[in-house]
Design a protein around this ligand. Structure first.
Ligand SMILES: O=C(O)CCC(=O)c1ccccc1C(=O)O
Ligand SMILES: [Mg+2]
Length: 339
C-alpha cells in the first residue's frame, strides 16, 4: 500500500484569504507554554489549524501546513464513531496541584496521562504526581509521557517504580527507536507490565514507520498536524499495524476537531485519546469549546466565533511573524511537491 501523496497547496493568497492568528492563554502551563499562539485558516471545506510551536523549523512546519489545508480544503473522511473517549492530561505540576488539574476535566474521567521526566525534576516528583492521580482515581487507566526525557537504564528504573501505581503504557520513555526497543525488552525481562508507546519517534522521524518495523513499541501516538493531516495519519496507522492513540498538539478546538476526525475514522480505537487539552486552556475560539464531558468528546463541527477570533487576535508584530512563516513554509513545500 502506497502512502497518500500530499495534495498540492493552494496559492498563498488563497490560503491566507481568511487567516487569523490568535493567542490563547493557558490555565495550566504545559511544556513551557503559557500562551498558545496558533493560526486558523478558513477554506472551502471548513477550518484548519496551523500551529507548529514557534521553535519548530520550516521543514517540520510544512507537515502542519498540509494538515491545515487538508482539513480546510478537503474536509475529513467518513467517521466510524461519534463518541471519542479522551484522557485527562496532567502536566508536570507538583503533586499538590493534581486535584485542581484533574478537576478541570470534569467528572467521569476514566483515563489520565501524566507528564514525567520534566527537566529540573526527579523521579520522586514523578512518583508523587502519579501517586496523587492514582489516589483520586483508583480505577482509571493511567499512562505516563516522558517526552524522551530518560535514558534506557533510567527509564527501566523509573517504570519499575511508577509501575507500582499500575500503568497501561509509557509514552516515548527514551528519545530513539533503538532505545524504545531496549526499554520494551528490558521491561519484559523484569516482568514490569507496562507497554511502550512511540510519539516523537513517529511524528518527528523522517520515517514514521521505523518504529513498527523495528518492533520498538506496542502502540503509536498519532497527531494529525505533524503527520500532515488526517488521511496521512490514517495511512501511517494502517501501515504500522499497531494500535493507535490520537493526541493533540495543544491545539485550539479547530485542531482538536481534526484529531476527533482521525479518532473517528480509525478502524479500531482501543485507548482513550489525548484530545482533552482544551480543558488546560483559559481561552478558545469556539463559544462552546471542545472540552470533554463525562470522559469523552462528541464529534461535531468547530467553527470559530468571529468575536472570539477578534478578541484573541495577536498584536501586529506577531501576526507578521506568522504570515512570514506561512509564506516561507508554503514556498518550500510548493517547490517539493509536483502540482
Ligand atoms: O496526549 C495528551 O494527553 C495531550 C497532548 C500532549 O501530551 C502533547 C501536546 C503538545 C505537544 C506534545 C504532546 C505530547 O504528547 O508529547
Ligand atoms: Mg507525547
Amino acid at each position: 500500500m502506497a502512502m497518500t501523496e500530499p495534495a498540492s497547496l493552494p496559492p498563498l493568497d488563497e490560503l491566507l484569504d481568511d487567516a487569523h492568528v490568535v493567542a490563547l492563554p493557558m490555565r495550566v502551563r504545559f511544556r513551557g507554554v503559557e500562551v498558545r499562539e496558533t493560526m486558523l485558516l478558513r477554506g472551502p471545506a471548513g477550518w484548519g489549524e496551523f500551529g507548529p510551536f514557534p521553535e519548530y523549523g520550516d521543514a517540520e512546519a510544512a507537515a502542519w501546513l498540509r494538515a491545515a489545508v487538508d482539513a480546510a480544503w478537503h474536509g475529513f473522511p467518513a467517521p466510524r464513531r461519534t463518541r471519542i473517549p479522551v484522557n485527562a492530561t496532567v502536566p508536570a505540576v507538583p503533586a499538590a496541584r493534581v486535584p485542581e488539574v484533574l478537576g478541570r476535566f470534569g467528572t467521569g474521567v476514566r483515563a489520565v496521562k501524566v507528564k514525567v521526566a520534566e527537566r529540573g525534576q526527579d523521579l520522586s516528583d514523578d512518583a508523587a504526581r502519579v501517586a496523587a492521580v492514582r489516589a483520586l482515581l483508583p480505577d482509571a487507566e493511567l499512562r505516563v509521557d516522558a517526552n524522551g526525557g530518560w535514558d534506557v537504564p533510567t527509564a527501566l528504573a523509573a517504570l519499575e517504580r511508577l509501575g507500582e501505581h499500575r500503568l497501561a503504557y509509557a509514552e516515548q520513555p527514551v528519545p530513539t527507536v533503538a532505545g524504545l526497543a531496549a526499554v520494551r525488552e528490558g521491561l519484559a525481562d523484569r516482568g514490569v507490565p507496562v507497554l511502550v508507546a512511540a510519539d516523537e519517534s513517529v511524528r518527528k522521524e523522517s520515517d514514521p514507520l521505523a518504529v513498527a518495523r523495528a518492533g520498538a513499541a506496542d502502540l503509536l501516538v498519532v497527531k494529525a498536524a505533524p503527520l500532515g493531516g488526517v488521511r496521512r495519519a490514517l495511512d501511517v496507522v494502517a501501515q504500522a499495524g499497531l494500535p493507535a492513540v490520537v493526541s493533540s498538539a495543544l491545539d485550539s478546538s479547530v485542531g482538536i476537531r481534526a484529531g476527533l476526525a482521525l479518532a473517528a475514522a480509525l478502524p479500531e480505537l482501543p485507548y482513550a485519546c489525548g484530545l482533552g487539552t482544551v480543558s488546560l486552556m483559559r481561552e478558545d475560539v469556539l463559544r462552546e469549546p471542545l472540552r470533554p464531558v463525562d470522559g469523552a468528546l462528541e464529534l461535531r463541527e468547530a467553527v470559530p466565533d468571529p468575536g472570539l477570533l477578534a478578541a484573541r487576535a495577536v498584536p501586529a508584530d506577531r501576526r507578521r511573524w506568522w504570515l512570514e512563516r506561512v509564506r516561507r513554509v508554503h514556498a518550500g513545500a510548493a517547490g517539493a511537491v509536483p502540482a
